[in-house]
Design a protein around this ligand. Structure first.
Ligand SMILES: [Zn+2]
Ligand SMILES: [Zn+2]
Length: 269
């Protein structure tokens, strides 16, 4: 799609060389998770020439599967599908050269951006507008959570209470609403709004995770553990980092092609 490179926000991401050899431990920070997914799939996505819209379509497909699992209360499948949404969220941030940590902190700087409460917000019922940027700016000066677990705790502290009284359908629909809002801002090329909606997708993905976890206590214990269970530093399908799925498929296609006969005249009659 023409003009999609306008969704490059200026890269401060690490080079691929720096990313490979990340080790076999789970990433700790949200930034490391994003980099981990770039090491796994950055090359493949670049070779497939996936645009931001292509990547968001992949995410929507996975989000739809997650919504179906959630509706059917099929938690076994949900633990499989939820990490895929996170993986494509990282892919989108990588493709648009956004740092998820900065994007999410801009919207949620340790307080609810609609009421400025640092915990137990219940303003969702009041349908408020987001606070003026000046009001949020002082909160953004503090460092953001150092770990994905820390982000998870922050969202739980602010929204955990109000989410416990929401229905699962309410949470699931809200998550899908945020996914569609990114699509809208992507189509309109509204960069600032797109970043805000991207932050909302992570916030509601955490809410989906917590609701699912409440239904099946004990496993997995953190969002990070849930993602690592499916993506332990390598592609879940080919088991490689970087992902080799496309290369394997290409080799397979080549291998299944019939051998060309060069000179028909030398064949026996
Ligand atoms: Zn609030
Ligand atoms: Zn693969």
């Amino acid at each position: 799609m023409p003009g999609e490179d306008r969704f490059s926000f200026g890269s401060r991401l690490k080079s691929v060389e720096e990313l490979i050899g990340f080790g076999s431990r789970p990433p700790i920070s949200l930034g490391q998770w994003q980099e981990k997914f770039r090491a796994m799939y950055g090359q493949r996505n670049a070779e497939l020439n996936l645009s931001p819209s292509d990547i968001w379509l992949h995410l929507m497909e996975e989000a739809g599967e997650l919504a179906a699992d959630f509706r059917k209360e099929d938690y076994k499948k949900l633990w499989r599908d939820l990490p895929d949404v996170f993986a494509w969220l990282c892919a989108f941030a990588n493709r648009t050269e956004l740092l998820l940590e900065e994007v999410v902190w801009h919207k949620f700087p340790n307080v609810c951006p609609y009421c400025l409460k640092p915990e137990s917000c219940s303003c969702i019922a009041e349908n408020r507008s987001i606070m003026e940027d000046d009001a949020l700016q002082q909160y953004r000066r503090k460092p953001y959570p150092e770990t994905l677990d820390g982000w998870e705790e922050m969202f739980e502290r602010i929204y955990g209470n109000v989410n416990t009284i929401q229905s699962s359908k309410g949470i699931g629909f809200h998550f899908m609403e945020e996914v569609s809002e990114v699509a809208r801002e992507l189509r309109r090329e509204h960069h600032a709004e797109l970043k805000n909606e991207l932050a909302d997708v992570l916030a509601w993905l955490v809410a989906v995770y917590h609701r699912a976890q409440a239904h099946q206590s004990g496993k997995p214990t953190t969002l990070s553990a849930c993602i690592w269970a499916i993506y332990p530093g390598k592609c879940d399908k080919c088991g490689s980092c970087p992902c080799e799925c496309e290369n394997k498929a290409r080799r397979k296609r080549r291998g299944s092609q019939p051998v060309e006969v060069q000179d028909q005249s030398s064949l026996p009659e």
